[in-house]
Design a protein around this ligand. Sequence first.
Ligand code: AMP
Length: 286
Amino acid sequence: MELTRDAASFREATDAARDGGASIGFVPTMGALHEGHRSLLRAARTQTDRVAVSIFVNPMQFEDPDDLARYPRDEAADLAMCEAEGADLVWAPPLEEVYPLGVELAHPDPGEVGDLYEGAARPGHFAGVLLVVHRLFDVAGPCTAFFGEKDAQQLFLVRRMAEREPALGVTIVGCPTQREPDGLARSSRNTALPPEEREQAACLFLALTEAAERARSGERNANALVAVMAREIGATPLARLDYAAVVDEATFEPIGVLDVPARAIVAARFPSARLIDNIALPKAAA
Ligand code: AMP
């Protein structure tokens, strides 16, 4: 496994692999790697010839400086996981390699969806995400990039950006959310939860599965599903509901009736961390 710090060396390595006829699987991360990231590495390993990983905590997508300062970092453990999962190339750049002084970078517009849900809770977040992901794609070159469904709104916006800019040569693959045994979505932020909060954090998944069950049993009113999710999270003493919604998979906009492929999304604040999760809603059983 090769570790590079500067953008030029990372690009040289991916170019050399492509010149040799290999496809590149690219897994962008902010480090503190866990089982969710591992699943992306494995998907890349099975679907592409060479696996490239980036590890970069992007300050531009944090609107709260304390949140950025608290973000967990453990490069040695990250490199060990990349190596164990058969990554070929890791790019762990310093800030100036991602945002070089005097270089004008593309600022893709997240549009209206960028102001909803996570974008409403974290103003400027998706502009920061698309800025860094576009830069990472520019440096990595043509590839298949793997993203988690855990961050469904991010996946939607990144996929739309890649589709709108075919010159990037990037195809996006979404990978299923990896969960703890009680259903809590794996996240770098889970380590911040003390035991009582950790126990109650399963309420997000409970809310989503209850909504999914209602959809399977024939409920077509999205507001009824939203109410079910809000009730479940609202009944959890340490959780404060941020949002619960049902969105159209094709537009990420809220829907009233489940007559298109839809996804339920939730966010809740606990005293020690803010958690998000989502689930694809099944069609009603015949
Ligand atoms: P992050 O390091 O948090 O920026 O995440 C890097 C990638 O891992 C993103 O595409 C995330 O959606 C994905 N990811 C994070 N947690 C999970 C999870 N529990 N299951 C699947 N993918 C995940």
